[in-house]
Design a protein around this ligand. Structure first.
Ligand code: PDD
Length: 287
């Protein structure tokens, strides 16, 4: 079965789907995106993902490519046409195609919209949950507006590649003051040495992850309290548990950072409890 992508009004074969060579997403990374989990035939947390898309577009003054209701129909159709029951959809909106010029193009330039969907390997995810992953730390070198889910991800790409080259699966950005920001494509959490579940406040300097937001509902439901407070690399290395969250992975345990084991070097129980409760609590939209 060939994959199908939605591009600017048409469903096309994935291998043939294309955008204009002067698309501003291609030339300036002038666009935003969302990645959303599909599990057991349901889109997870769609409302929150589309609310964040709305915010990202608003911050960059990019027009919605269509109504929200129309976009939801397309997302569901792309998932159906690709027969994705367990996987992800990806959507990207850019400021459109126009003769190259740094300033915004004419206001009537249509935004570019791309929606794709793919299956994920449930057994690989299960293996990572069972064994945990390892991470490295890298200095923060991104722009100040990482709260916008922009497609300008070069520092994240280089950080993930550095992690891979060191045999790790995630790179964690560290602020100049020594505090933990977030992963290259994840938010970071610890159960500190006193047993407090901590994650950095999301007012500034990190992406407000949707999984992070839904974890607040999940932890409330299972009787855990979250402290939104920055923590240092040392706090992380001394933690009882470290884990990362994202729509792609929900909640992966991190069992080593910079080659040093976290606690006994095995996945902890808090991330496991959260993972088990997550799908029941999250919003589910049938595809
Ligand atoms: N990344 N921080 C960064 C820098 C991210 O890129 C992501 C998600 C997150 C977690 O956000 P959420 O819980 O909404 O997925 C945090 C996506 C998955 C990606 O780039 O593929």
């Amino acid at each position: 079965m060939s994959r199908i992508a939605y591009v600017n009004g048409a469903y096309q074969r994935h291998t043939e789907a294309a955008i204009h060579i002067e698309d501003r997403g291609f030339q300036f990374a002038d666009g935003v995106y969302e990645v959303c989990e599909i599990r057991h035939g349901y889109i997870v947390d769609l409302t929150r993902h589309l609310d964040r898309l709305d915010r990202s577009l608003g911050e960059l003054r990019i027009a919605w490519p269509m109504t929200r209701a129309a976009l939801i129909l397309i997302i569901r159709e792309v998932a159906r046409r690709n027969r994705v029951k367990n996987g992800l959809f990806y959507l990207q909106v850019t400021r459109g195609a126009a003769r190259r010029d740094h300033v915004f193009p004419a206001a009537d330039t249509p935004s570019t919209i791309v929606v794709t969907a793919k299956r994920t390997d449930a057994s690989l995810i299960a293996r990572k949950n069972a064994s945990g992953i390892s991470a490295i730390t890298v200095p923060e070198n991104r722009w100040d507006r990482v709260d916008i889910k922009s497609v300008g991800l070069l520092p994240n790409v280089l950080a993930r590649q550095a992690a891979k080259e060191e045999g790790a699966q995630e790179a964690i950005f560290i602020d100049a003051d020594g505090t933990v920001k977030e992963g290259a494509a994840t938010n970071v959490w610890i159960v500190d040495k006193d047993g407090h579940l901590r994650t950095r406040h999301a007012e500034h300097g990190i992406l407000r992850g949707i999984t992070r937001t839904t974890l607040k509902d999940v932890t409330a439901a299972i009787g855990l309290e979250i402290v939104e407070q920055a923590f240092s690399v040392e706090d992380m290395l001394e933690a009882r548990e470290v884990f990362i969250t994202a729509a792609t992975s929900i909640c992966f345990p991190v069992v080593a950072v910079n080659g040093k084991p976290i606690a006994n070097g095995h996945p902890g129980s808090v991330s496991q409890k959260i993972r088990e409760a997550f799908f029941d609590i999250a919003e589910k939209t049938a595809i």
